[in-house]
Design a protein around this ligand. Structure first.
Ligand SMILES: [Zn+2]
Length: 104
């Protein structure tokens, strides 16, 4: 029972499986750490920079995709606005011709 509890207090890197600490004793390969920093840790010191890099790349990729989508949407809106503007301009000309043209 006690042995099982001890075992579950150990934490391992979810990438390489390296032991990264025990939240009961506070022991880690890098010295004593707090209970919370051990239960929060998911990666060892070798894997963490790689994961942060990957997450940064994913965020950048998502940001670029979003910007691309937004640019496309803006371009479409602009095109529709130009089309509407052109139709309204023609309508104004028609109405002008109707109002002023009929006097001639
Ligand atoms: Zn690792």
């Amino acid at each position: 029972m006690i042995k099982n509890n001890r075992k579950s207090a150990d934490h391992f890197c979810i990438i390489c499986g390296q032991w990264i600490g025990n939240h009961d004793t506070g022991a880690t390969p890098y010295g004593k750490k707090s209970y919370y920093s051990i239960i929060r840790a998911k990666y060892c010191d070798e894997c963490r920079p790689m994961i942060i890099d990957q997450q940064m790349n994913i965020r950048l990729h998502n940001l670029r995709q979003r910007q691309k989508y937004e640019r496309r949407e803006l371009k479409e809106k602009l095109s529709l606005t130009q089309e509407e503007n052109e139709l309204l301009r023609k309508r104004v000309m028609q109405l002008n011709a109707l109002v002023y043209g009929s006097k001639d």
